[in-house]
Design a protein around this ligand. Structure first.
Ligand SMILES: Cc1cc2nc3c(=O)[nH]c(=O)nc-3n(C[C@H](O)[C@H](O)[C@H](O)COP(=O)(O)O)c2cc1C
Length: 376
């Protein structure tokens, strides 16, 4: 099976082509990598995953959407080092997602490309998104560079820069948040990627949107141009889609876990917000296996760097089809949450289909004791 053969992303050789994509684990108490986080990624490597991605690393305190996200500062150093040691001891490789939330935050001062309404943090007293000034951009750029140095100093083999899902660079690239021509929208994210690339002794991946999936957002045509503009500065592109603050089910598909999210929300005002606005934002969305493949093929045809296929990959058949269609790597989220032994079973020759039924209740679990599959 081709997916079980080694593959290269930049200078990094992976033992196979199966990537565990970023699924924020909720295992970073006080912003520090917890033992459970280290155990989880060590375990995925022991079970054969080629590259495991540690999710949502905020490059500075203001880059967090909420307080318990992993914060990439000196205090995280020791835990991150233990995590990469555990992954390497099992023959795997580790990637760290570098992120900033911009104007989509419950804490700090939301800032984005333009004035806007932060409905995610509105009831927490942060309704207004202010435009970033040059000094904010410089501070954030420096924070991405620092986080890159930290990641590689802690033994990570790769970093994944988040340019999708409605976070800061996704806001910057999207005409919905940033009313400027595409060339102008591209300038700053491209510059930051260039600086990250210059600092990185290992691989640099970019997670992008292949469309925002809402009227007035980043279009599939724009997304192709984004991929072409950034490819000189990255070793691989991981196209996804959707905006967490507007259409989160676009990137997940399946059932909206609203009742569970209300149940785990501890803040009364946030719970109220979820009850009032949740039904408009979190709506069931039809799932299809490999749901981004058609759109991702457009990106793959437009660039020379490897494109990692992501979104609804849940079976051996889907992985084989992705490889045949010319994607050199696949990334799996929920299939590895529901079936952490997925790769082992592929290695044993099984025609694996993940148990995941896209109930998406794993999303709510991250606010309980950490992401886990709720299936018995
Ligand atoms: C519980 C959970 C947490 C997630 N957290 C992140 C995250 O921190 N960063 C990110 O880029 N995507 C995140 N995602 C989205 C996944 O990376 C991926 O794009 C999505 O789940 C579709 O892939 P799948 O069908 O293989 O699950 C998360 C998804 C889930 C289910």
């Amino acid at each position: 099976m081709k997916a079980l053969t080694p593959g290269r992303i930049g200078g990094l050789t992976l033992r196979n082509r199966i990537v565990k994509t970023a699924t924020y684990e909720g295992m970073s108490p006080g912003g520090r990598p917890g033992d459970a986080l280290i155990e989880l990624h060590g375990d995925l490597a022991r079970r054969g995953v080629g590259l495991t991605t540690v999710a949502y690393g905020a490059v500075e305190p203001e880059g967090r959407t909420f307080g318990e996200q992993l914060l990439l500062d000196d205090g995280a150093r020791e835990g991150l080092k233990r995590l990469t040691d555990a992954v390497h001891a099992a023959g795997g490789a580790a990637s760290l997602q570098l992120s900033h939330c911009g104007g989509f935050s419950k804490i700090g001062q939301p800032r984005g490309p333009s004035w806007g309404f932060n409905r995610y943090g509105a009831l927490m007293g942060r309704p207004l998104v202010r435009p970033m000034k040059a000094e904010h951009r410089e501070r954030i750029e420096a924070a991405f560079v620092r986080a890159t140095r930290l990641a590689f100093a802690c033994g990570f083999d790769a970093v994944e820069v988040h340019l999708g899902h409605g976070y800061l660079f996704s806001q910057w690239l999207s005409p919905l948040f940033h009313r400027a021509p595409l060339e102008e929208r591209l300038a700053w994210p491209t510059q930051v990627l260039r600086r990250i690339r210059a600092e990185a002794p290992g691989a640099v991946l970019a997670k992008t949107n292949l469309e925002d999936g809402v009227r007035g957002g980043l279009s599939p045509d724009d997304a192709v141009q984004v991929a072409q503009a950034i490819e000189a500065h990255v070793d691989a592109i991981v196209p996804s889609g959707g905006l967490v603050q507007i259409n989160p089910m676009f990137l997940l598909r399946g059932l909206a876990p609203l009742a569970d999210m209300i149940a785990v929300e501890t803040h009364p005002l946030q719970r109220l917000a979820l009850r009032l606005f949740g039904p408009f934002v979190l709506r069931d969305a039809e799932f299809a296996p490999s749901f981004f493949q058609g759109r991702a093929e457009r990106i793959r045809d437009a660039v020379d760097v490897p494109v990692v296929l992501l979104g609804g990959i849940e079976s051996k058949a889907a992985i084989d089809a992705a490889m045949e269609a010319g994607f050199p790597f696949v990334a799996l989220g929920r299939a590895l949450i529901s079936d952490p032994d997925f790769v082992q079973r592929l290695e044993q020759g099984e025609d694996v289909v993940a148990r995941c039924d896209r109930c998406n209740r794993c999303m709510a679990e991250m606010d309980r004791d950490g992401v886990r599959c709720v299936l018995p």
